[in-house]
Design a protein around this ligand. Structure first.
Ligand code: AMP
Length: 115
């Protein structure tokens, strides 16, 4: 599907909306979720305009791995060796912002299966 550059994460990446960056590298940034669902709730956001996980191409596989590794490393750095990384892939799976992002949740008991 078509990528819509008016989404909130694209605006954060363009610095049109202020958001402190906990991490910023060539490929991604990390911010705190505005409505945290756990004591630690980060979002790792690729700089590339990818609408959803399903839209990522094979040549973006390394980038996808980088997002996961960055999220886990950030959680660890912030004192959470155990963390849950989640990607909501599509509206039916809970995706509300259509720019790919990885949720990083930690700091409380996380039930399984997730709701
Ligand atoms: P999802 O439902 O998986 O698409 O996740 C989108 C997430 O973005 C939600 O957890 C929102 O709370 C979060 N969010 C929306 N707007 C902002 C914002 N301006 N800054 C930080 N997080 C946001």
């Amino acid at each position: 599907m078509t990528y819509d550059p008016s989404n909130v994460f694209a605006r954060i990446l363009r610095r049109e909306i202020p958001a402190p960056l906990l991490h910023d590298d060539e490929h991604c940034v990390a911010i705190r979720d505005i409505a945290p669902q756990a004591p630690l709730h980060l979002l790792v956001i690729p700089k590339a305009p990818i609408r959803s996980l399903a839209d990522a191409t094979a040549d973006q596989s390394t980038l996808l791995g980088h997002l996961l590794r960055t999220g886990a490393a950030l959680a660890q750095k912030l004192g959470h060796a155990d963390a849950r990384l989640v990607i909501n892939n599509g509206a039916g799976a809970g995706q509300s912002v259509f720019h790919l992002h990885v949720h990083v949740l930690a700091g409380r008991d996380l039930a399984w299966p997730p709701g």
